[in-house]
Design a protein around this ligand. Sequence first.
Ligand code: SF4
Length: 531
Amino acid sequence: VEVHVCMGTAGVASGGHEVMEALEAEFTKRGLKNAESKERNCAAKQTGCRGLCARDVLIDVYIPGKDPVTYEHVNAEMVPTIVEEHIVGGNIVEKWAAKADYFQFYDKQKRYVLADCGRVDPESLEDYIKLGGYEAIKKALTMTPEQVIDEVKKSGLRGRGGGGFPTGLKWTFCRNSPGDHKYLICNADEGDPGAFMDRSIIEGNPHAVIEGMLIAGYAIGCDEGYIYCRAEYPLAIVRVIKAIKDAEAAGILGEKVFGTDFHFKLKLKEGAGAFVCGEETALIASIEGERGMPRPRPPFPAVKGLWQKPSNVNNVETFANLPAILLNGSEWYANIGTEKSKGTKIFALSGKVKSTGLVEVPMGITVRELIYDVGGGIPKKRKFKAVQLGGPSGGCLTPDHLETPIDYDSLIAAGAMMGSGGVVVMDETNCMVNVAHFFLTFTQRESCGKCIPCRIGTKTMLDILTRIITGQGREEDIDLLLEVGNDIKTASLCGLGQTAPNPVLTTVKYFRHEYEAHIRNKKCPARECAE
Ligand code: SF4
């Protein structure tokens, strides 16, 4: 008997350690720990996030020969009853067991990247190997690097960090750059408000990211790698450091990976909390010990990157996709998703939606399916008003966009973007001017200040928005917002500035009447400002 306990950040914050301790104590007390018979031998196992963070602590009870049973909102006091009635007595404790709405959350999901998050012990290399881990890199090592790149190209995988650039093609640039020492970098500097996809992957299955990096490192010809993880993710950092050490001790990282001539060293670098360091040239500057500021391109990192050497940067989710692509083949992967957006995408679903959490859905699923079928719809019988896709760089979509397929190109055509995967749902009580103000406040604070359009422009826009929401707006303010916003997009150096005005521009486009109401009536038509 195995009991899996969610010990991602949300699980730990909700009392995961106490539940683990209560299970261990109960098993010991009843002589179920290390018992000789398989039916009686019970163990508690820590796992990562399984998605429905709002219902932590989640546990799954696995009894041989029976379907697993999930319990929600578990605390230490509930443990003796679950052990007594279910594990010993064979009767599910129905009042605490997950109900239909829990399973509805997973119905339309396709969990390939997250398949083992919630199953594998993230701090155990043995457990990862037991579930088939590191078989993909072993397979890759029997192929030539060009064959590996070709397989990734044929899969259609595109970068999951936001840009959506074809991964195999990006690798080719770095592989073809002259130089005998190349770097591979994993961008785990996830800083968008409401986004926690990369954190959950690393916390739940760090070896999958390392395996993905090994595959990429071998294909590109890199012998050294960095995982650049924001310091605000302490649990992810602890787990990735342990995973690196365990993999080194097992001959999976370092000299002669799996006894071959491929060498790959991997280090962790903690970011200091600047959102702009998610931009790859700023990230590279930060690893070098410089202030994290974007650099003009060209030269691109594939030519002159870290320490002036050819470098390739991919995001956590991109790397975590690779083991399944290598094991199942590019054709399998290319059959998931849409014509131009293959595979699945992980989203952090938050805001005014019944089931908030981490979801992995096939590309091409509609906005309606994501919000209503996976997320369970809007609570309190309120009306859906808008959804902010793509975090502070993204845009707002409205009820008119509910049938829009979620893929790179359809979202851009609709005025939003995939971004890294933050999804914030708004209902009829939300003020869209406030929403725009919230996101712009974030990007304005995070502007590194290197170029004037972004540094001064975002401050100017924020001042205008502030006077609008405080009842001091002027007639000309909306047009001024559009003019300054478009100038910032055109003239800024990096992606932060080029996308910062998006939340304002899209809310003006779809909710101009709310801006006008604030200016003319000195009040907001939504309930939020009044409250
Ligand atoms: Fe810095 Fe903004 Fe310029 Fe990017 S656009 S370099 S964040 S000032």
